[in-house]
Design a protein around this ligand. Structure first.
Ligand SMILES: NC(=O)C1=CN([C@@H]2O[C@H](COP(=O)(O)OP(=O)(O)OC[C@H]3O[C@@H](n4cnc5c(N)ncnc54)[C@H](OP(=O)(O)O)[C@@H]3O)[C@@H](O)[C@H]2O)C=CC1
Ligand SMILES: O=C(CO)COP(=O)(O)O
Length: 299
């Protein structure tokens, strides 16, 4: 406890709180959020922004607006913990952050890591991705012993995997909600991995990232558990619930809902074949899931 490192988490949602909990095993980790919360070391935004190390745990869709409204670069070292692609612009988070922070001060967190399990101190493995390996190692050293950290330079690979698996988790939830069976779900996840790799390779992702924790690891986790918000969105869609109602009842972010649209647009623009993400974007706009299944089988 109490190394002289100044560090704060921005965003006290599920993931922000879990990360602050984990890092508090090794140092004093502050946390701030839009709404004041009764959490130890909760500080004002002003105080958090004075820290040398900042961890961003905000939903991907609000990151650009948040940076524009609140952030001035003063040498801070950043770890981005969100997983998503910005709807509308199709921007990856590293592209958004690059407007505000030099590349060598930026890193990105990936890997299979449900907040609720981190909160219980259960064994977890994550990857810290940055073009600056020294920075990745600095952040890695802050994690407690129950979280194994790996480092990688494949920022775009980690980003694509973290964002894409959320869309595939919705697909998997639909598959299970429709009771299509284990064969169907395994095929969906395997073909999803191939699709996510094809998409990522277009943007320069490294092959090995898709087979590791950031890719297969996070995909297998999220696409096979009701702990995943994205998977649950899929289950409810299969039951015929309206998306609006599902999101309202969820009360937390399901990034795949927005990322599916971003992938739909990026795939059309760059002519990348992404049939599963394509069908999910259509289902979210009202297409009948069973018709999507037929279309995927005959494609
Ligand atoms: N939960 C998990 O297991 C994991 C989540 N992630 C990723 O982390 C990111 C955050 O997820 P998570 O914490 O679970 O989501 P939650 O929905 O639990 O929390 C998101 C938090 O973001 C804050 N927020 C929302 N909108 C705004 C806004 N416009 N301006 C400022 N703050 C805002 C809210 O703060 P307030 O409460 O103060 O309003 C809210 O608590 C997502 O990209 C997710 O994919 C990654 C790995 C694991
Ligand atoms: O990214 C996650 C686990 O690695 C969390 O997934 P959900 O957002 O679907 O709950």
């Amino acid at each position: 406890m109490g190394k002289s490192v100044s560090i704060a988490v921005i965003g006290a949602g599920k993931w922000g709180q879990a990360l602050q909990f984990a890092l508090s095993f090794t140092l004093t980790c502050k946390i701030t959020s839009r709404h004041i919360k009764p959490i130890e070391n909760f500080v004002s935004l002003e105080e958090a922004l004075k820290c040398e190390y900042l961890i961003f745990a905000l939903p991907a869709q609000v990151v650009r607006g948040w940076l524009e409204a609140h952030f001035t670069f003063r040498g801070q070292k950043i770890l981005v913990a969100a997983k998503g692609i910005e709807q509308g612009s199709g921007s990856f988070l590293n592209e958004i952050f690059a407007h505000y922070v030099p590349e060598d001060h930026l890193s990105f967190l990936s890997g299979p890591s449900f907040a609720s399990e981190v909160m219980q101190g259960l064994p977890t493995a994550v990857v810290i991705n940055s073009s600056n390996e020294t920075l990745s190692k600095e952040f890695a050293a802050f994690f407690p012993s129950f979280i194994k950290t790996y480092t990688s330079k494949d920022v775009i690979g980690a980003e694509v995997c973290g964002a894409y698996k959320n869309v595939l988790a919705i697909a998997s939830g639909i598959c299970d909600g429709l009771k299509l069976g284990n064969n169907a779900r395994a095929s969906l996840i395997a073909r999803g991995l191939v699709e996510m790799r094809r998409f990522g390779k277009y943007f320069g992702a490294h092959d090995e990232t898709f087979l590791g924790l950031s890719g297969a690891g996070d995909l297998f986790l999220t696409a096979s558990s009701t702990l995943s918000r994205n998977y649950r969105v899929g289950l409810f869609l299969a039951e015929g619930k309206k998306l609006e109602t599902i999101l309202e009842e969820l009360g937390e972010v399901a990034e795949g809902v927005f990322t599916s649209e971003a992938i739909f647009e990026l795939s059309a623009k760059h002519m990348i074949y992404t049939p599963i993400a394509h069908e999910i974007a259509l289902i979210l706009k009202g297409k009948e899931p069973r018709i999507s299944v037929k279309d995927l089988l005959s494609d």
